[in-house]
Ligand binder design. Structure first.
Ligand code: SF4
Ligand code: SF4
Length: 289
């Protein structure tokens, strides 16, 4: 199964709008939302809860000290690189908000006073009917986003069979969830916008994607809003030998349709026409991936 990942170096570029439109236009039978901090593809995917299989997702263990066994030697306090162990009047305790679950303190404690505790950091959801949709939601303030993204992709793999391709909505930025999204991908479509911050973030995400040797195509969204920066982006793409697979003009009808939860892909808008051109190019591209 060929995997097409849609990402952006920054939020608000229209990544999910493009993902959901491509899913609809290409009639994708497999897709995933790897934006686990703020997933919203499910809002436009029109699935029934009866098709949903939901499971708790366990992150790295959080450790705690049993003070009935602790001899107050202080070794755990000395080795914790995350300052998660607090000392108060020669009593030691682990701050669960700072503990990264590395387990070094448990290893170092000769008195078996430190134990791991299960740590549920979110939920995974698989919607499975004629189409397979894998998504997840990280609990507020929880870590392990990269691990959860890997699970979303694994769930997609485990529940698909003979599917030709999958569309994956990634997360914005270049952090852990994006890095986890980029592994084992056949094509990364990077959505950017013509602003100086958009260009700066584009360069960062291209550099990240190149580390994975991923094939890259670029979409400039809201392309008509700033001609000079749009040209700067095009110059950058030429220098980096990157493909511009399409441009989408700013169209105020897009947000009106989204707010009414109506399909952009099949609307009579300029943006829809431009997205259809991108979808058509992708159909041809799939065979060469
Ligand atoms: S290493 Fe073990 S015995 Fe020593 S302070 Fe930590 S928990 Fe207590
Ligand atoms: S598991 Fe690691 S991060 Fe957590 S308290 Fe122990 S040493 Fe610190």
């Amino acid at each position: 199964m060929k995997k097409i990942l849609i990402i952006s170096g920054k939020g608000g570029t229209g990544k999910t709008t493009l993902s959901s439109s491509l899913i609809e236009l290409l009639n994708a039978k497999a897709f995933a939302d790897c934006d686990v901090d703020a997933p919203n593809l499910h809002l436009v995917s029109h699935y029934n809860d009866s098709d949903k299989l939901e499971q708790d997702f366990q992150g790295m263990d959080i450790f705690s000290i049993d003070n009935t066994l602790c001899k107050s030697c202080g070794k755990c306090y000395d080795v914790c690189k995350f300052s998660a162990i607090e000392k108060d009047d020669n009593k030691f305790k682990i701050n669960p908000l700072l503990c990264e679950g590395c387990g070094v303190c448990e290893f170092i404690c000769k008195y078996n006073a430190i134990k791991p505790n299960k740590n549920i950091v979110g939920k995974t959801q698989i919607y499975k009917s004629e189409k397979v949709f894998s998504t997840a939601q990280l609990n507020m303030g929880s870590g392990n986003s990269g691990k959860l993204v890997s699970q979303v992709k694994k769930n997609l793999d485990d529940n698909t069979n003979n599917h030709k391709f999958a569309i994956i909505d990634g997360s914005p930025g270049i952090g852990c969830p994006v890095i986890a999204s980029l592994s084992a991908i056949d094509l990364a479509i990077i959505v950017t916008e013509p602003s100086l911050s958009g260009l700066s973030d584009l360069k960062r995400i291209v550099t990240t994607a190149k580390i994975f040797k991923t094939k890259i195509s670029i979409v400039i969204n809201k392309a008509n809003l700033n001609k000079s920066v749009r040209n700067m982006i095009k110059n950058y793409l030429r220098l980096e030998n990157l493909e511009l697979i399409g441009e989408i003009d700013y169209d105020e009808n897009v947000s009106k349709l989204i707010n009414k939860n109506q399909s952009l892909a099949n609307s009579n808008t300029v943006a829809a026409t431009q997205i259809k051109k991108i979808a058509n190019k992708l159909i041809y591209k799939l065979d060469s991936l």
